[in-house]
Design a binder for this molecule. Structure first.
Ligand SMILES: NC(=O)c1ccc[n+]([C@@H]2O[C@H](COP(=O)([O-])OP(=O)(O)OC[C@H]3O[C@@H](n4cnc5c(N)ncnc54)[C@H](O)[C@@H]3O)[C@@H](O)[C@H]2O)c1
Length: 420
């Protein structure tokens, strides 16, 4: 299949890497985003997505085949359109407004033979029940029949240098065999391996299964970490020992909670739909959410306890928090448990100073300030609290200079270090 023109709706963490990769694979790409500021930055080669360094963006622009735009009119005559817009929760309910808006806006440009693929994470049935009618109404065409429609979940792991868009297998599905063939051919030019499945619903559920699996296993180990401490057993050593089993065990590690655009949200899409369709609760998801949501408070309690043992009340203590992003090696603060920890400590009257070597730090939690990691800064802190285990942090310096370290990621060791 010749893809002369690809349109990617949404130029965020998912859409921008796809657009740039498609340019590198020889396609002409319109990167549509309704955020004019983002489009302006893209047009001058200023990447806000860490996985796309400026040089790659500059090369895409330089090829003359990447056009960032706010105007859907630039989508005319597209061969393939991928929709990668946000799917957040609104009061615990899936918010598909962005998907609907994207579908309505692209529909007038749908023509016979073209292909539309949804990549946004969502509950099973969205492609067929929500997107398809919008595209059909807006175009006067039908799928299957006139145009191709399908779903392919994105598995991008921001900041992971080993597993990229290219080498991570891509699950693909179409409404019918012809759509699946087209979609496989398209992604076959972008990634090394596609994994066809029988329907968009399976592909939609695959993504939710993957993230629910992570959410539940992280919750399991978080709860066990709290219990193991009360039993006076080292959870970290226990996990490493269990991980030597070559089959039937996969290590997950405790932490200050889960964050980002996926783990806290995606399982709720599934439990919402189970409730709506079947009138039943998806109990694992609810339990896992409860356990993981309680972790920031658990961390704060442990820090207060540690300070107490050293004769310091949390009020008036100087706390150096390492990391504000929701996971290591990225600057993404969305739903970050680290923000909640900083906020809670600050409300308790602590002076919170934050080391965050990755960009994108606005707004800072109330009362917190951003500092460099120096020997003096570490030495003056009553507690150093390691929340996000960025590789760029000098943990040796912390071990040398800190009086008390509370480490939620097991990056530090020494007599003054207490682990989650
Ligand atoms: N970030 C991840 O690691 C990740 C991984 C896998 C899947 N996903 C899923 O992919 C989807 C996109 O996530 P993201 O992280 O790229 O979000 P993002 O917020 O980084 O980017 C989405 C972009 O879409 C734009 N947008 C919104 N509505 C639009 C519209 N109607 N027309 C044009 N542009 C529009 C926004 O301005 C924004 O720039 C979500 O469903 C998310 O759950 C994200």
């Amino acid at each position: 299949m010749q893809v002369a023109k690809l349109v990617v709706v949404g130029q965020g963490y998912v859409g921008l890497p796809l657009a740039v990769r498609a340019v590198e694979a020889g396609m002409t790409v319109v990167g549509l985003d309704r955020d004019a500021e983002r489009v302006k930055r893209l047009a001058v080669g200023d990447s806000y997505v860490e996985d796309i360094p400026r040089e790659r963006l500059a090369a895409a622009l330089g090829s003359g085949r990447y056009v960032p735009s706010t105007s859907y009119a630039d989508a005319h005559d597209f061969d393939v359109c991928v929709i990668s817009v946000p799917t957040p929760l609104h009061d615990g309910t899936p918010e598909l407004g962005y998907v609907r808006q994207a579908g309505e806006s692209i529909a007038p440009y749908v023509r016979p033979g073209c292909t539309v693929i949804l990549e946004s994470t969502t509950y099973p049935g969205t492609t067929e029940e929500v997107l398809r009618p919008l595209l059909e109404q807006g175009s006067g065409l039908q799928s299957p029949g006139d145009f191709h429609l399908g779903y392919s979940p994105e598995r991008i792991d921001p900041g992971n240098p080993d597993w990229t868009l290219e080498n991570t297998p891509k699950v693909v599905a179409g409404l019918d065999a012809a759509a699946l063939r087209r979609i496989e051919e398209f992604y076959g030019r972008i990634v090394q391996r596609t994994v066809p499945v029988g329907s968009p619903r399976v592909a939609e559920l695959t993504k939710l299964l993957e993230n629910t699996f992570r959410q539940v296993n992280i919750a399991l180990i978080n709860e066990l970490a709290v219990l193991a401490r009360e039993l006076d057993i080292d959870i970290w050593e226990t996990i490493e020992a269990a991980a030597t089993k070559p089959f039937g065990f996969m290590p997950f590690r405790p932490g200050p909670g889960v964050g980002g655009h996926c783990l806290p949200i995606d399982p709720c899409y599934l439990s919402w739909q189970v409730k709506r369709r079947l009138g039943r609760q998806f109990r694992f998801v609810e339990l896992a959410s409860d356990v993981n949501h309680a972790m920031p408070e658990q961390v704060v309690r442990r820090v207060m306890h540690g300070l107490n043992q050293r004769g310091r009340p949390v009020t008036g203590s100087r706390i150096l928090q390492i990391g504000l992003a929701y996971k290591k090696n990225v600057g993404d603060l969305r739903d970050s448990p680290a923000v909640e920890v900083a906020d809670r400590l600050s409300r308790l009257g602590a002076e919170v100073r934050i080391v965050e070597p990755h960009a994108g730090l606005s707004p800072l939690p109330r009362g917190a300030s951003l500092v460099e990691l120096t020997e003096r800064e570490v030495g003056r802190a009553d507690a150093v609290v390691v929340i996000t285990d960025h590789d760029r942090v000098d943990y040796g310096l912390i071990e040398r200079a800190a009086r008390y370290v509370f480490d939620t990621r097991s990056r530090c060791s020494g007599p003054q270090v207490e682990r989650l």
